[in-house]
Design a protein around this ligand. Sequence first.
Ligand code: SF4
Length: 331
Amino acid sequence: MKPDIVYYEPSVFSYPLGKQLKTKFADVPWIPIENHNNIETLRRNPNTAFPQMKRHLIVGVRKSLRFVPNHKVSDFLVPYTSSGCSAMCLYCYLVCSYNKCAYLRLFVNREEMMDNLIRTAARAEKELVFEIGSNSDLVLENTITGNLPWTIHAFTESPKGRLTFPTKFDMVEPLLPLEHKGRVIVRMSINPPSIIQKIELGTSPLERRIQAMNLLCDAGYPVGMLLAPIILTDNWRALYADLINRLADELSEKVKAQLFIEIIFMTYSYVHRAINSEAFPNAVDLYDPSQMTGRGRGKYCYRDPLRAEGESYLRELLSKKLPGVPILYVV
Ligand code: SF4
């Protein structure tokens, strides 16, 4: 990603990464801001400016380092080196938090964040797993910052703990030669090609995601797979059957032997509808009132009978095509 404008908090130049980014993007305008959380000129933009705003880069210092307990594949969700993203998945969960300001924000105080992680891991009685990618896509972020090799090196020098993050991107080459000690779990998010193409705008194609999983596993990383989000479009049964057949054919035996799966059904919201209808008027409309029901605070999810049908269909396919691969949870 090459940003068109960088908005920055002046204090970022006290950190090595802030200086490095300034050099890297010296040829685009840098506009000072008081606070990365509230850039008034951007907040006031119309919804139609959403794709244009995704080309901006915001560079700041992360203030809150609070860990949130989690009970899925990690023990804690950890605020880490970025939030937001330059891709434009039409259902992106970050839009619920940041509205149209879901652009990529980079936080340059990575040393403080790493210190916090290492100290928390060391204090714990058990081996903790930290989810560091719940606010952005770290593989995409890494193409700008190089933060992942830095993170993996710094964290695995410490004695305890594991890291994990999900991704929809395939640019994993910089991770392959690293000494990760098996303490970094990469979870690839997967969807049928037509959903990737029409809905997960700006992310990597399916074949490259599958290839990245095979490469990561060959390099010794534990690899997981998110079937996420499950989107019940008109021909969803055929789409997901083709997808699972393809995974069975193209994932290496090594990946399958250690794989685990998470299944997440799509949730959507009033905010998505408002932004997508104005910013992407020709895109697929993901809101279908005959399939969806309100889930509080302007959110929608699939109605229970349809969701149950989807779950049993997927479980059956997976048990036939990827037998023995555990499904950790379905939400
Ligand atoms: Fe959001 Fe992830 Fe898509 Fe980026 S890749 S837009 S973070 S869902």
